[in-house]
Design a protein around this ligand. Structure first.
Ligand SMILES: [Cu+2]
Length: 88
């Protein structure tokens, strides 16, 4: 099954990534690779998956997108909004 990479860098509260929303085919695997300049926690809503992030170290979280819908992702400490997943 396809792997959809979502690479995000968060520094100084600014999010660099693929935009506000990423389209994902149902059943694909989403591979988040997130680098934050401070320790944080990645959270994918709906799927309710989370990953602790160490400052400056890429964190990788794979989620099988087997539920359709739009799901917000964020960093819990900084409150940064990451690209939402649009699974369909
Ligand atoms: Cu959350």
């Amino acid at each position: 099954m396809a792997v959809v990479p979502v690479d995000v860098r968060v520094a100084g509260g600014q999010v660099q990534g693929p935009g506000a929303r990423v389209e994902v085919p149902l059943g694909a695997t989403v591979r988040f690779t997130v680098v934050s300049d401070r320790a944080d926690e990645l959270h994918v809503h709906g799927y309710d998956r989370s990953l602790p992030l160490a400052a400056g170290t890429p964190g990788v979280l794979e989620v099988v997108a087997d539920v359709p819908g739009v799901f917000e992702t964020e960093l819990h400490e900084s409150g940064a909004t990451l690209p939402s997943l649009e699974v369909r």
